[in-house]
Design a protein around this ligand. Structure first.
Ligand SMILES: CCCCCCCCC/C=C/C(=O)SCCNC(=O)CCNC(=O)[C@H](O)C(C)(C)COP(=O)(O)OP(=O)(O)OC[C@H]1O[C@@H](n2cnc3c(N)ncnc32)[C@H](O)[C@@H]1OP(=O)(O)O
Ligand SMILES: Cc1cc2nc3c(=O)[nH]c(=O)nc-3n(C[C@H](O)[C@H](O)[C@H](O)COP(=O)(O)OP(=O)(O)OC[C@H]3O[C@@H](n4cnc5c(N)ncnc54)[C@H](O)[C@@H]3O)c2cc1C
Length: 643
């Protein structure tokens, strides 16, 4: 099961090795973080990042090992942006010459980069960005400028205090003409003394949600006052500006400028499964330890994991963690394929890859953020303690619903893809994840054939249900859109329905990938049978949660919906005996979980009690402030005391 979760034996070995390397090194201690002030917290992160970089070089870690090392250090910091966005942006949008110049500097961290796209006034709407890059043919330079307050670059990670360079997205202006938004490599700080270069204002945007979490990252604000950069620092794979000031758009789609975001979105899906699995591991282990009510003639109370309500909240999240793991693997292969095609200037699968990365990013991050909060609640009051590991995990994770594409905006991108697919049905057979829309007739006419709860334990019945639901919702939107004279107005008016149809489409992909994984990639019987139970839990949980769609589209009858719910209850009983085995298969070490409730040894109460005494407030019985502010109240008999 551990190999099934990791994806392969090799992947398991790499991640296991890096998890142990981090867990066994005192430098990467995490429990004290919540007690540190912002400056100490930040300096502590710089120290860890420097130590990690030394480890990577001393131990000659591979790129994969280094990624896992950074993951298990489990602390947002400037290296995230450097490796996940700055380097990929140059790789994806730089010319051969630009890659030859900048990548060696970036890969040896002689420069540290960030990705500066979002501004105070614009994040989702990239074409609305206001920073300008005006070409000066006299000097063969671009003049970078922040013309308004809202054009201030705002949010880029690592930019406030660490990054020496940034990929800055700005409006390209030549002779007063706007030529779209492009990426520019801009040096921010001196490589000598790290001071901001002339014409640049740099700072941190302030504290963020949760204390010890994202405040380890210096998200920055950046303003330009007519800063000059050489012409060859505009990333020119997609478009070029000649010395004469001529703008040329090569024959690649301008959307390649967005390629870095697509790359990160596909990693965010895998990341969702890791974050959700952490929360589920903690909540499952604690639900086995925790006993409440149900004692018979003095016997032990009932383990809360045996309550059906606890199972109905916890096991779908367990199943979702596996579902997101598998769809993340599938998405990575889709992305690798599109990258290879782009090398050969084959753009045929770019629209579908964009729709899948955007939609699955939105689906998995929203479900994971909600799931982590649900796991906190599943642990009762103790889930609210920092030592449970859940509040900090939630605070760390939830911005994923906004960054790299706000989730609704991403689902609207999926809707755009689906509407376009439906409008082409007459003369273009849909392929890939939209292929089911090519089988509209049966999907619109046939209804569900399920007669018993058992009938739901059939992957074909499940797939057909999810295809019919999505097809009927997408086609329904297409038909209503066709009634609008102005398609854009129609799209805006129907955007709520379009987002729901897009979610149905993305859930179909996730269910379908889970089924494919079981049919083609999980060998043997034991693990396969266990994962099959989780696959049915995932699918039938979604069917139950969204049964309104299945009923409203006429595919399901209320009786069939209740049979699905009946089967779900039975499946929970099948998950229960393997619940601990499923979460142990995540192979999360106690250091990574950072949770007294989720300890591998289950020794919760003594460790919870022990952790409490580490709080600085317990350094003394009579804390500072009591004599000054509390005792006077106790001693003065104010007039209220007479009531
Ligand atoms: C491990 C993890 C931690 C890793 C560490 C990371 C930590 C977190 C750091 C966070 C970093 C950030 O947030 S970085 C900033 C992230 N910002 C964003 O994601 C911005 C989101 N906004 C956008 O992407 C864009 O504005 C978008 C919404 C797509 C609209 O763009 P446009 O207006 O240019 O385009 P539209 O008019 O909508 O569409 C025009 C056509 O282009 C297509 N199109 C649009 N985007 C496309 C794309 N990316 N690839 C291909 N095609 C695309 C559309 O489908 C349309 O196709 P047709 O229909 O065929 O014409
Ligand atoms: C922790 C964190 C780290 C970040 N790091 C970086 C970074 O390193 N580099 C970087 O460039 N950026 C970064 N960002 C910024 C991030 O990319 C943006 O916040 C994100 O893209 C969302 O854009 P926005 O803030 O403009 O949201 P908005 O688009 O303003 O969203 C506000 C609301 O408007 C709605 N909305 C917007 N447009 C539409 C529409 N067309 N139709 C319907 N509803 C709409 C949204 O759904 C949302 O509900 C970071 C953000 C966070 C939180």
């Amino acid at each position: 099961m551990k190999v099934a979760w990791a994806g392969s034996r090799e992947a398991f070995q790499v991640s296991d090795r890096m998890a142990k390397l981090v867990a066994n090194d005192p430098v990467f201690e995490k429990f004290s973080k919540p007690m540190l002030g912002r400056k100490e917290l930040f300096k502590n992160t710089l120290r860890k990042a420097a130590y990690a970089w030394k480890l990577i070089n001393d131990l000659r870690l591979t790129e994969e090992e280094a990624k896992w090392l950074r993951h298990y250090i489990d602390e947002p910091n400037y290296t995230d942006l450097h490796w996940e966005m700055f380097v990929p942006a140059i790789e994806g949008q730089g010319t051969k010459e630009q890659k030859k110049k900048w990548l060696p500097l970036a890969q040896t961290m002689q420069i540290i980069g960030t990705y500066a796209q979002t501004e105070l006034g614009h994040g989702s709407n990239v074409q609305g960005l206001e920073t300008t890059a005006t070409f000066d043919r006299q000097t063969d330079e671009f003049v970078m400028h922040s013309p308004t307050l809202t054009s201030s670059k705002w949010w880029p990670g690592g930019m406030a205090k660490v990054a020496t360079h940034a990929i800055v997205y700005a409006r390209l202006i030549i002779d007063g003409l706007f030529h779209g938004v492009h990426g520019f490599i801009v040096q921010l700080r001196s490589l000598e003394d790290h001071s901001p270069l002339p014409g640049l204002t740099l700072g941190d945007i302030g504290m963020k949600f949760g204390h010890g979490t994202y405040n380890t990252m210096d998200n920055g604000v950046l303003r330009f006052d007519h800063v000059r950069i050489p012409r060859n620092q505009m990333l020119m794979r997609v478009s070029q500006v000649t010395k004469e000031g001529k703008y040329a758009q090569s024959d690649v789609p301008r959307q390649l400028l967005y390629g870095t975001m697509v790359s990160v979105r596909q990693t965010i899906v895998a990341d969702a499964s890791k974050a959700l699995s952490r929360a589920v591991c903690i909540a499952t282990r604690y639900s086995v330890v925790r006993r409440q009510f149900g004692s018979r003639n003095g016997g032990p109370e009932t383990q809360v994991i045996d309550y059906k309500t606890q199972q109905s909240r916890l096991f779908p999240l367990l199943a979702s963690a596996y579902a997101f793991r598998f769809v993340g693997e599938w998405l990575k292969s889709l992305y690798i394929d599109v990258k290879q095609r782009l090398e050969a200037n084959d753009f045929s699968t770019l629209p579908e890859t964009h729709a899948c990365t955007a939609g699955l990013k939105a689906l998995t991050t929203a479900a994971t953020a909600d799931g982590i909060e649900e796991c906190r609640k599943l642990c009762g009051g103790h889930g609210y303690l920092i030592s449970s590991g859940l509040p900090e995990l939630f605070a760390f994770y939830v911005p994923a619903c906004s960054y790299e594409g706000e989730n609704v905006v991403m689902m609207l991108q999926v809707a755009r893809f689906l509407v376009k697919t439906v409008s082409n049905l007459g003369y273009k057979q849909p392929v890939g994840t939209a292929a089911y829309l090519g089988r509209v007739t049966p999907l619109l006419q046939n209804n569900c054939a399920v007669q018993t709860a058992e009938d739901w334990l059939n992957p074909d019945a499940i797939l057909e249900a999810f295809e019919a639901r999505a097809a009927r919702m997408v086609i329904g939107c297409g038909e209503r859109l066709a009634m609008f004279e102005n398609p854009e107005e129609g799209f805006a008016e129907l955007s709520i329905d379009l987002v729901e149809a897009s979610l149905a489409h993305c859930q179909l992909i996730t269910v379908s990938v889970f089924i494919q994984k079981l049919n083609h990639e999980i060998p043997g019987n034991g693990v396969k049978r266990s994962l099959e139970v989780l696959c049915y839990v995932y699918a039938l949980f979604l069917l139950h949660k969204h049964q309104g769609d299945f009923l409203a589209t006429g595919y399901l009858t209320p009786k069939q919906a209740s049979l699905a719910n009946e089967q779900l209850r039975t499946l929970y009983s099948k998950v229960r005996p393997n619940a601990i085995a499923f979460v142990d298969s995540f192979n999360h070490m106690d250091h990574y979980l950072c949770s007294v409730l989720g300890r591998y040894d289950g020794n919760v109460y003594p460790k919870l009690y022990e952790a409490a005494w580490k709080d600085p407030l317990n350094d003394s019985d009579i804390v500072d402030g009591i004599q000054q502010y509390v005792q006077p109240i106790l001693k003065q008999k104010l007039h209220y005391a007479k009531l």
